[in-house]
Each structure stands twice: as structure tokens, then as C-alpha cells.
Design a protein around this ligand. Sequence first.
Ligand SMILES: NC(=O)c1ccc[n+]([C@@H]2O[C@H](COP(=O)([O-])OP(=O)(O)OC[C@H]3O[C@@H](n4cnc5c(N)ncnc54)[C@H](OP(=O)(O)O)[C@@H]3O)[C@@H](O)[C@H]2O)c1
Length: 248
Amino acid sequence: MKLLEGKTAIITGGSRGIGKGIVETFVKHGANVAFTYNSSKESADAIASDLSKEGVKVKAYQSNAANFEDSQELAAEVLKEFGSIDILINNAGITKDNLLMRISEEDFDKVIEVNLKSVFNMTKAVQRAMLKQRKGSIINMSSVVGVKGNAGQTNYAASKAGIIGFTKSVALELGSRDIRCNAIAPGFIETEMTGKLNEETVQSWREAIPLKRGGSPEDIANACVFLASDLSGYITGQVLNVDGGMLT
Ligand SMILES: NC(=O)c1ccc[n+]([C@@H]2O[C@H](COP(=O)([O-])OP(=O)(O)OC[C@H]3O[C@@H](n4cnc5c(N)ncnc54)[C@H](OP(=O)(O)O)[C@@H]3O)[C@@H](O)[C@H]2O)c1
């Protein structure tokens, strides 16, 4: 059953990791997808041309989500090219981990800009189109770290907790127009990046999770499909932990 047929989604940070998984899963569910990347042009173009064979429209855009004008331009281009914006997934994010004692002002600001300001930029950029349609689903990628905090990640945790407050406020502001806004809080998700970590350390993380495994990009993508589709039509302002029970 295709749950997203006829819908257009903008997904930020779709060139690798979780974002790439969301792009692939959305295409499987019949969505037309416009996704962004920061610098991975080659892999983004490859993903777009590969998935375009699936009978839907898929296009990659270089766009810095931390930049207000870039976000405005992106939304305008997608609207022109795809005709509507039904779903926005604010997935792009970075880490610059350090203990508070050592963290620089620049690294604090950078993480807030890319992870949190980007969510403001993109939500504002698609708001007008969704208001006109009187329908829309916005999904923001938070983290268990934004719910619980984490030593060595003050900047990242602040950005991800900020996303939760933003999400709930947008849900309250736009609910009357049937625009829903929810957040996903992934736990430990195994991507190409975590594949480079020491296997023993990763195994000890897996054992500490109730479901005894790390999550996959598909686990997050499936939660996105649910929140993007009409199946979740009465759900807004929520944070869905997709973490194998980590925070339980
Ligand atoms: N992996 C986990 O365990 C985990 C857990 C909880 C939450 N999350 C969150 O889930 C999201 C995806 O994580 P991930 O592990 O898949 O990350 P990732 O593999 O590092 O991929 C990040 C993606 O974001 C893009 N990006 C980075 N800066 C950008 C910018 N300024 N503008 C536009 N795009 C930008 C990257 O593009 P380029 O390829 O061009 O650099 C890439 O496509 C992030 O928000 C992260 O905080 C991840």
C-alpha cells in the first residue's frame, strides 16, 4: 500500500544517512521528493537519478538550510517545479561535540544555526504554501539527546531540545489550518558514519538498548511515513521516540 501517493515532500539533508533512508522510503510510498544536501553533490545526484526511475519525481538541490535566503529560494523553486509542498522534513543536522569547558563560541553557534535555525528557516519558507493548501505535515528531526541531555553535547542537546519547543509551538499556531507539526527523537541509529566506530564500543551500546540493536535509517523513515501520511491525521505537537526503548 502506497501511503504518500500524489504528495510532494521536501527533505533536508537527503544525501546520506537517515535523510537518504527517508528519501528512498518516501519514493517507495509514491511521494515526489525534493531533497537537499550541503556539499555531497555527486552522491545526491546519483540518488536522484537512481530513484527517478521509480515513476515519481525526485530532485536534489544544493541548499544551505542554515541560510534564510537559500531556504526561501528552495521553497519557491520546489513549488514552481513540483506544484505543491505537502510535507517538510527538517532532517539536516551536524555535531561538534566537546565538553563545555572546551567548546568554542563558534562551535556552539554553528550547531544551533545548522540544527535549529534551519528548522525556523524551512518552516517559514513552506508556511505560505501549506496555509494556502490548508493542509501539511512538518516533521522535525530531534534526538533522544534533546529529550534527556548528554555530557559533551551541550550545543547539540540545546539545538535538539529547541526543536521540540519550536515543534509544539508551530503545532499550536497552525493546527486550525490542518497543518500538523511533530518531532522524531531517534536513539542510536547505525549509518555509514557509525560503521567507522570501534565495533566493541558499538556492541556495548547495542546491549544497553532494550531491543538489543541500533536503529536503521529505515526505522526512522517508517516513522516519518506514518507522521507524513493521513494515517496520523489526528496527531500533532508530539515527540515520537524511535529509539528501541532507550529512554524507557
Ligand atoms: N545518527 C544518529 O544516531 C542520530 C540520532 C539522533 C538524531 N539524529 C539526527 O538525524 C539527522 C540526520 O542524521 P545522520 O546521522 O543521518 O547525519 P549525516 O549522516 O551526517 O547526514 C547529514 C545530512 O545533512 C546534510 N547537511 C549538513 N549540513 C547541512 C546544511 N547546512 N544544509 C543542508 N544540508 C546539510 C548533509 O549533507 P552533505 O552530505 O552534503 O554534507 C547530509 O545529507 C540529524 O538531524 C541528526 O542530528 C541522528
